[in-house]
Design a protein around this ligand. Structure first.
Ligand code: PFF
Length: 464
């Protein structure tokens, strides 16, 4: 939208609300618990938190910074980095970071929309379907979804349509802030539910499962899974945070902003674990994969007074979280298509919307019509999830690191770090630069290689 960056966030708080509104979402509440169970609990959580701090945070800072310096969204910001010698070195090569980010956005949005559709379904089940009346009702609510790919596709399309209307009307900044405003309510609600969940008698086991690091429970894919989830949860690797940085006021201190967003996001994920794990352990639900949240939460709410009310409130908040994240993804895509095809925002939005629904067909049908199609024993939905989160996002971050370390001039970057004369802000820049140039690329390469080698070994020795 031309001239968008003329409207910078009025208050510092406004920025946090919007950035947190985009980071908080299904990644925290839906994905974190089941990925943690699949990777054995505490040791995985430790890896995840470690990666958030040493890998995710510097990248989040980098994306916000590039947006703030270039005052553009992802693709245009990369172009400015390449062509404007005020901020970028004129070395040849584009690294394709912008285009790659756009592809990742599309693929994330397609399957994110399917899960957002599940949230809508459960919201309706709580509001009108009497889901809590029996355990059988909870199971059948999930079964209806699983058996009907068309229902999943229809709900995903409704979600994309809602997000599209918001983006086309150009009110996403307003909505993002509004969604952000709801987030404190969500945090309080989560807090209450966590206390109630821990009171069900499984507190010790749940805390032990989430926080005691038993490294024997990890597998060779776990480091990559923890890394990918850290990127997914912080919304980095796809350029969406670049857009948020572009709205920041000149005096905003990016490292502190990034730190606060990352901390809040991680704390919410840990809350989500404590919300779900007591029920999983108490009812021996085991690893139910992507269905975990939708199986465990209604069972927890069944045993709670006013569970119906909490259920509706929870799924409304979760849906708004999913909407905030989807708007960020869609906005990045629409801006890129507008530029690339030189069409109006409205046309671009329809192109993107149609492409997303077409892509969503595969994850939406994976548990019904495409049930028989598996890759490495995994459903097409889980395969899609893994390709995006454990493949495209780490590669996107790698391209971003390369682009920043080769192109970004030191002066504007240093300016973003130093906001006083203290030694801390003076040395922060050199640590950040080291992380972007060497540490993060090495960690990504190591995690990817370990996982790839493990996959080869599984194929050769175990015939999987
Ligand atoms: N961070 C969001 C979540 O945790 O649900 C997901 C997401 C949003 C990923 C936006 C990527 C993105 F660009």
């Amino acid at each position: 939208m031309p001239g968008r960056r003329d409207t910078l966030w009025g208050t510092r708080f406004g920025f946090y609300l919007a950035a947190v509104g985009s980071a908080l979402g299904l990644g925290n509440l839906w994905r974190f618990p089941f990925v943690t169970v699949e990777n054995g609990g505490g040791a995985f959580v430790l890896l995840y938190v470690g990666f958030v701090l040493i890998v995710g945070l510097p990248i989040l800072i980098g994306e916000l910074m590039l947006g703030k310096i270039a005052r553009r969204g992802s693709v245009a910001a990369f172009r400015r980095l390449e062509n404007d010698d005020e901020i970028g070195e004129s070395e040849p090569g584009t690294f394709g970071a912008g285009g790659f980010a756009a592809l990742s956005c599309l693929l994330v949005l397609a399957y994110y929309a399917v899960v957002s559709g599940w949230v809508l379904h459960f919201l309706m089940q709580f509001a009108f379907g009497g889901i809590l009346s029996s355990g059988e009702n909870i199971d059948s609510s999930m079964r209806v979804l699983k058996d009907s790919g068309l229902l999943q596709l229809a709900l995903a399309s409704v979600h994309i349509l809602i997000s599209l209307v918001i983006v086309v009307k150009g009110v996403q900044e307003g909505i993002e802030k509004w969604v952000g405003n709801i987030m404190p309510v969500f945090v309080v609600l989560l807090g209450i539910l966590v206390v109630k969940s821990l009171a069900t008698g499984q507190a010790t086991e749940a805390l032990r499962f989430q926080f005691y690091p038993d490294f024997t429970k990890l597998n060779w894919h776990s480091p990559l899974h923890a890394l990918g989830h850290a990127f997914f949860s912080l919304s980095v690797g796809m350029g969406t945070m670049i857009a948020f940085g572009s709205y920041l006021k000149p005096e905003a201190h990016i490292p502190s902003a990034g730190f606060r967003v990352a901390t809040l996001d991680t704390v919410i994920s840990l809350f989500a674990g404590l919300l779900i794990f007591p029920t999983i352990i108490g009812m021996s639900l085991g690893s139910s994969g992507p269905e975990m949240l939708f199986r465990a939460l209604p069972r927890l709410l069944q045993g709670i007074e006013s569970g119906w009310f909490f259920g509706v409130a929870f799924f409304v908040c979760l849906y708004l979280g999913a909407l905030g994240a989807s708007i960020g993804l869609l906005e990045a895509l629409v801006a890129n298509v507008t530029e690339a095809l030189k069409v109006s925002r409205e046309k671009a939005a329809w192109v993107v919307g149609t492409a997303t629904v077409v892509c969503a067909v595969i994850p939406a049908l994976s548990s019904s019509v495409l049930d028989d199609v598996t890759v490495n024993g995994r459903s097409l939905f889980l395969f899609w999830d893994s390709v995006v989160v454990n493949g495209l996002l780490p590669l996107g971050v790698l391209a971003f690191c390369l682009a920043l370390s080769k192109k970004l001039k030191a002066a504007p970057a240093i300016h973003e770090f130093v906001n006083d004369d203290s030694l801390v802000t003076q040395t922060l820049y050199s640590h950040w630069r080291f992380a972007i140039r060497f540490l993060i690329p090495s960690i990504i390469v190591m995690c990817v290689m370990t996982s790839l080698l493990a996959s080869f070994a599984e194929v050769i020795f175990l015939g999987r």
